[in-house]
Design a protein around this ligand. Structure first.
Ligand code: FMN
Length: 507
């Protein structure tokens, strides 16, 4: 009797649910045929809605079910997996054979020697001093560093994890243009303070650079260098508006702007309109802070750099030169940027890095001005290439985002990052444990360094800083490869300025 009642009840419920579904479909049908905005929904009522749903879900599932290992952009699965495994410090070998097509023009191949360097003969990674003539030169220790990402573009736990991880790995963390937050300082890592066009963190009430604030920032021992941002690869010549609702009391305090008011970043530093202004600002910030100062830019043309080199020499190499130049690739990342700038403006690092290095060499400035390269240099081969081309340091933003657990969901411009890295939604941030992720950040930096060394040894040199353009070849049209030194000039062997060895992992 009891069983019959339950069955009756379930049957009625079933009919009711089916009725509801039918009713919902009728309502959707009526909405679709009467609306005028979407042609697909009007022509294919109800079913047309599936297109939007699948398109949305495709963003998440494509990478798991459909994309091949080497297929996706900006980073394919092979690259991402390499970083994930390095960050977890698990076995990073692969089986059976390469899935990389070695034939397309532009493919890079390293030149191995029959006589690789034996483990015991390998040299440790050496320190390099940036701004040796400053009051406080910076002795940088790591081959790989954390590129600019501002507090605001990335979340609090993400910045804390990066700052702790950078400390563990002995690399620097660039603050990005959003000012210096307590989270940056938390881990005790070396910091590069970035001066964006809005001068966040070092501005007076009128938005001009404040020497007083510069001195306050420089007084932090952790802040080792200042980087004037001229442009970044993803959005050259683009400023931005920070909407008032995002200017919380904390953000306002860190950036030095009024609470809950829109804040505008101009699309260039108003006081920099010619090359001599770059030199002026570099000298000014260095005089005020006593610390090394450089600038970051994505390269479009090279003429202005020629003029800059001439201006530097007129002022004197020691006092007129920036201590470093950060060159960003046109395909660099960001939180949000117009697609037209991301896709079409600026040169990729593959061309800009060797050309800038040659130019500095031609003007006798290469030893004085250190070159920091960024832009999709996240795996050992890419980093090794940059050292062959003449970089003094490599920095990566998205490499370290992957180490933090980024799944390339491409949602940095929304508040919905599923891994808690670029969102301010507390619920989503819960998954990002700074303690755990700091270890991954450090593992990634160490394992990347280790494998760059492995490539160097295979090429017959004792360490990455000894690599040059004869150690890498590029496949050309027709399938034949030529050394990079035949495309760009063959660089002389590097002079090791500082012989203070820092032992790299496993060596
Ligand atoms: C979320 C995010 C925020 C960024 N914020 C800044 C910034 O504040 N200032 C800047 O110069 N570059 C910024 N960048 C660019 C990176 O510093 C870097 O130059 C670029 O992503 C290329 O390096 P990658 O390919 O290793 O990511 C940002 C990049 C990302 C992904």
């Amino acid at each position: 009797m009891y069983m019959l009642t339950v069955v009756d009840y379930l049957a009625s419920l079933f009919v009711f649910v089916i009725g509801l579904v039918f009713l919902a479909l009728v309502v959707l049908f009526v909405i679709d045929v009467t609306q005028t905005k979407h042609a697909i929904r009007k022509n294919f009522p109800v079913i047309g809605r599936l297109r939007g749903i699948f398109e949305h879900l495709g963003e998440f599932f494509r990478q798991y079910f459909f994309a091949l290992d080497r297929e996706e952009l900006p980073f394919n699965r092979a690259e991402r997996n390499w970083v994930y495994r390095a960050a977890k410090s698990v076995d990073n070998t692969v089986a059976f054979g390469s899935t990389r097509d070695l034939r397309p023009p532009g493919t890079l191949l390293f030149v191995n020697t029959p006589f690789p360097v034996l483990g015991q003969d390998a040299t440790p990674i050496h320190d390099v001093t940036i701004g040796p003539n400053c009051d406080n030169p910076y002795v940088a220790r790591s081959l790989i560093n954390i590129s600019a990402m501002s507090y605001g573009a990335i979340s609090k736990p993400a910045v804390i994890a990066l700052s702790r991880g950078a400390k563990l790995a002995n690399c620097w963390l660039n603050t990005g243009e959003g000012g210096l937050s307590p989270c940056h300082l938390e881990g005790g890592a070396d910091l590069v303070f970035q001066i964006g066009t809005a001068k966040y963190g070092v501005r007076d009430e009128h938005g001009h650079m404040s020497d007083h604030k510069l001195r306050e920032i420089a007084a932090h021992d952790q802040v080792k260098m200042f980087e004037i941002k001229l442009s970044q690869g993803a959005k050259p010549g683009k400023g931005g508006i920070l909407p008032g609702q995002k200017v919380t009391e904390e953000i306002a305090r860190i950036r030095g702007i009024p609470v809950y008011e829109d804040s505008i970043s101009p699309n260039r530093h108003p006081e920099i309109e010619r090359v001599s202004d770059i030199v002026d600002m570099v000298q000014h910030v260095r005089n005020v802070t006593g610390k090394p100062v450089g600038f970051k830019t994505v390269i479009g043309s090279f003429e202005w750099l020629e003029k800059l080199c001439v201006a530097i020499k007129q002022r004197g190499i020691i006092h007129g030169a920036p201590d470093f130049i950060s060159i960003d690739s046109a395909d660099g990342g960001t939180g949000a940027a117009p697609m037209s700038l991301m896709d079409y403006v600026g040169l990729p690092i593959s061309e800009s890095l060797p050309t800038v290095v040659d130019l500095l060499e031609k003007h006798g400035l290469k030893e004085r001005i250190k070159v920091i390269a960024s832009g999709k240099l996240i795996t050992p081969a890419e980093v090794a290439w940059a050292y062959c081309a003449g970089a003094d340091f490599v920095a990566t933003a998205r490499g370290f985002m992957f180490a933090l657990g980024c799944i390339q969901a491409m949602q940095c411009n929304k508040n919905t990052c599923p891994t808690g890295i670029t969102t301010h939604d507390r619920r989503l941030q819960k998954g990002l444990n700074p303690q755990d992720k700091a270890v991954r950040v450090a593992n990634y930096a160490r394992n990347l360094t280790y494998e760059v060394c492995v490539i160097a040894h295979s090429c017959g040199v004792r360490g990455p800083r000894e690599m040059n353009r004869s150690h890498v070849r590029m496949v050309t049209e027709g399938g034949k490869s030529v050394p990079l030194s035949s495309i760009y000039s063959a660089r002389p062997a590097r002079v090791q300025l500082h012989q203070q060895p820092v032992t790299s992992k496993k060596e």
